[in-house]
Design a binder for this molecule. Structure first.
Ligand SMILES: *Cc1c(COP(=O)(O)O)cnc(C)c1O
Length: 414
């Protein structure tokens, strides 16, 4: 293999456990324990959905979140094949003996084949349009009724039904359709990385209104959920802001006699966004990066001053240099913004524990790095593209994007 990733199963399970205990420590004990929905959409943020689904199910995840029905079907197949749950004893592991519930998070129900795939694989659909109720009812047919989570749009103008008349109509349609069961109500916040955000407060108020409407409808959802990694990490442990964000979910769920849940993706994979705002600089979750992305040196050469390196001669050797060639490029997801010129630094990789700077353009399948200062580099040596010494945040800073996009962009050949 010329390019591959290594997934630290122990770290992924450990991050799940750390976040789970953080939410139980930070909210006052209530009758219903709070759950953590493990988001594994988009191929588990580039980590590979097959191993991640298995690891998180074994770690005790009650819910997994996927992008669409076909990703959900894949998760069902992987978990059935691994027969998760044999010969294990602890409480959380017993829970894994039954498969976790799977939420199809991007509301793709309206696309051809999706509703049928949801029905066939026992997935839970996210819905917000009346037409979604109809599509699912048809897909359910004479079989088991299908469970849905209604997303409420509290201010992102993306997915979701607005509180008020639209939600009223939606709830009535569900109440009148025996083949569709309201299993959950949720919303998504736009700015949870901001401490004490007014936008979040306004969204919370809007969601509270929606919860009152659900309470008045007579429907009894089992789950109420919100948030993402930053929401549950908005403050250090014991910080009143964090306590209040989690206590707020608990209160919203209690109003409906439902179980509270928070969703997390990025933090499961070991990254947290810095919380923006006075007095809060560092997030409280202790999580460790899960992915290492690697390749190998395929050649080493000496060049003399004046030698051009790569396309456009964008980099010119100014001294004798030793260059290592790597069989990875932007076709693999190594961003072209990592390129450097003499005037402008680019990205770096790690070889033998040391930084090797990228020189010249990153090309489609090849990248050149400077190993002049690293002893004994030779063909076949392992190279860390992302991992110890170079994080997804480092990549994101150079590329001017967010760690999410870097992780999702990692591609490894089969
Ligand atoms: C992706 C997603 C999440 C997870 O967000 P992170 O910031 O990765 O924790 C949570 N909720 C919804 C609705 C999402 O789409």
């Amino acid at each position: 293999m010329k390019v591959w990733t290594e997934i630290a199963a122990g770290r992924l399970a450990g991050n799940f456990a750390a976040l789970s205990s953080m939410i139980s420590d930070s909210a006052p004990a209530g009758p219903e324990p709070m759950a953590l929905l493990a988001v594994i959409k988009a191929n588990a943020y580039g980590h590979g959905i097959d191993p991640c689904a298995g690891i998180l199910a074994k770690a005790g995840a009650e819910w997994l979140g996927v992008t669409d029905a076909h990703e959900g079907a894949r998760v069902r197949a992987v978990l059935s094949a691994s027969g998760s749950g044999e010969g294990i004893a602890s409480t959380s592991q017993k829970r894994a003996m039954g498969q976790p519930e799977v939420l199809v998070m991007s509301g793709t129900v309206g696309l051809p084949g999706e509703a049928e795939c949801i029905a066939k694989n026992g997935l839970t659909a996210v819905i917000w349009e009346l037409s979604h109720v109809q599509r699912l009812a048809e897909a359910a047919g004479d079989g088991r009724p299908l469970r849905v989570h209604v997303e409420v749009d509290t201010g992102m103008s993306r997915q979701g039904v607005a509180p008020g008349p639209a939600l009223e109509t939606m709830l009535r349609a569900i109440a009148e359709e025996p083949r569709v069961v309201l299993d959950g109500v949720f919303t998504h916040f736009a700015a949870t990385q901001v401490a004490g955000s007014e936008q979040t407060a306004a969204q919370q108020a809007s969601f509270e209104a929606a919860i009152e409407q659900v309470a008045g409808s007579g429907l009894k959802p089992r789950w109420v959920h919100v948030g993402n990694s930053s929401y549950l990490d908005n403050g250090t442990p014991g910080d009143s802001r964090q306590r209040s964000s989690l206590a707020w979910v608990r209160a919203a769920a209690a109003r409906l006699g439902a179980r509270p849940m928070v969703r997390s993706g990025l933090a499961l994979y070991g990254y947290v966004l810095p919380i923006e705002g006075p007095g809060l600089s560092l997030a409280g979750a202790h999580v460790l990066p899960v992915m290492t992305w690697k390749t190998r040196v395929i050649g080493v050469r000496e060049v003399q001053p004046g030698a051009q390196v790569g396309y456009d001669g964008a980099f010119l050797a100014e001294r004798p240099m030793r260059l290592a060639l790597l069989p990875i490029g932007y076709a693999d997801g190594l961003r072209r913004e990592f390129s450097s010129t003499n005037a402008k630094a680019g990205g770096w990789v790690v070889i033998r524990g040391e930084r090797a700077l990228i020189v010249g353009r990153v090309s489609m399948n090849l990248t050149t790095v400077d190993v002049s200062g690293i002893a004994d580099v030779g063909e076949g040596d392992e190279v860390t593209i992302l991992g110890d010494g170079v994080s997804a945040e480092d990549h994101a800073r150079v590329v001017r994007t967010i760690a999410y996009e870097i992780l999702c962009g990692v591609r490894v050949g089969e």
